[in-house]
Design a protein around this ligand. Structure first.
Ligand code: GLA
Length: 388
């Protein structure tokens, strides 16, 4: 077995726990959403990227119907039978959910042992869960010798999260983790599923993620509530005109004309989605020029909209954003992911990154008592497996 340095910790743990070597190693990145928040389940536009922190998974078949998985993040092993898959509100649900979806579609999944590690912070809005789902589906495909077409894999992992885990997420996370491309952001139309990898100029600027240290506690409840509010907006507009099938089809003018007929909360939710879709389109255009000042400004506007209209930010994220904007060389700052905690993404001049970390870090710590983590990101390739 070629010992791959990157997986040393996982391979070592695997040998210790299961007294043999793993057969495959999988690297599944995290994702960051650069712009286009809460638009995916409204069939709109998103612009995420896979990034350089990952789930690392090593695995081997065990010839039984049992699955044994150890997580180095939780220092915990979970064991279950493939014939009795029940949700347990535990990290192992992501493994079970993917196995269940695969088996329901007649993919020949059997028992396996695995160690899961890596460096994605949990509950930080960088999609550690979708990354794990992707890693598990990739591992099963490698171990049991079946191929998974990209969109089939993306949709299957999303269904695992929707049906088994019980979070009704959109398609963005699984998509970015599967389709990620080094040096590129991914512009996706969540209705047609057409996408384009757009190069991100990296000579002078870099995306820096700042982790607020606040876990996305309220996440799922509020997330589902936003979806219901969007559905109310969509129903209103489709009752005016049947061809308006989602908020993606509604123009801002039409929204404004109907302001009085809509509940003020629904109005604001709709305004976020409608304007955010436009911002994504403009941001992709700006990137192609490249006009990075405009790109940064659109990120700023996106944050204001998430904060005021969609109300998915929180005081710590707002503080991180406000502090970032005070540092010279920061072109844009916004919360990223579902919200209510997690991370911000900042577009920063490379020669200002140290100053950014130092200033934002110390001011944030002074006012919250929390030391924020920073990650200087690079857009990376999507999920990959290697035979060991
Ligand atoms: C979570 C979901 C995604 C998306 C974002 C918000 O990450 O999993 O599908 O809806 O929130 O943009």
């Amino acid at each position: 077995m070629k010992r791959l340095k990157e997986y040393n910790a996982e391979i070592g743990k695997f040998a210790e726990l299961f007294s043999r070597n793993p057969e495959y190693a999988i690297k599944s990145p995290a994702r960051v959403n650069i712009i286009g928040e809460h638009t995916d389940y409204n069939r709109g536009f998103v612009f995420p990227a896979a990034i350089n922190c990952s789930t690392l998974l090593v695995a081997a078949k065990n010839g039984k119907r049992q699955v044994r998985v150890y997580s180095t993040t939780y220092n915990e092993q979970s064991e279950f039978s493939l014939d009795k898959l029940k949700r347990s509100r535990h990290w192992s649900d992501y493994v079970k959910g993917v196995a269940k979806e695969l088996m329901e579609r007649d993919y020949p999944v059997e028992g396996f042992d695995a160690v899961i590690g890596g460096d994605i912070p949990i509950a930080s809005g960088l999609s550690s869960s979708a990354s794990l789902e992707m890693a598990v589906s990739e591992a099963c495909s490698a171990l049991f010798g079946f191929s998974l077409e990209a969109w089939e894999q993306i949709k299957l992992c999303r269904r695992a999260e929707n049906h088994f885990v019980g979070v009704n997420c959109g398609i963005m996370d699984q998509f970015s983790i599967r389709m990620g491309r080094r040096g590129h952001g991914l512009f996706l139309d969540c209705r047609s599923l057409d996408y384009e990898a757009v190069p991100i100029p990296a000579d002078e600027l870099v995306f820096v993620i700042a982790d607020s240290g606040v876990e996305r506690g309220l996440g799922a409840t509020e997330y589902h509530q936003r979806q219901k509010q969007c559905a109310r907006g969509r129903l209103f507009f489709s009752s005016i005109n049947k061809s308006l099938r989602s908020l993606r089809d509604v123009e801002e003018d039409l929204l404004i004309i109907n302001r009085e007929k809509l509940d003020p909360v629904i109005f604001r939710r709709c305004r976020h989605v409608i304007t955010e879709n436009k911002r994504v389109l403009r941001a992709v255009e700006a990137l192609k020029k490249p006009d990075m000042a405009l790109f940064g400004e659109l990120m700023n506007l996106s944050h204001e909209s998430c904060k005021n209209d969609y109300e998915v930010s929180c005081k710590e994220l707002d503080l991180l954003v406000d502090l970032a904007r005070m540092v010279p060389g920061v072109l844009g700052a916004r919360m990223t992911g579902a919200g209510f905690g997690g991370c911000t993404i900042n577009l920063v001049m490379k020669n200002r990154v140290e100053e950014f970390k130092q200033k934002v870090g110390s001011m944030y710590r002074k006012s919250t008592g929390i030391r924020p983590e920073f990650f200087v990101t690079q857009p990376e390739d999507g999920v990959r497996s290697k035979k060991l």
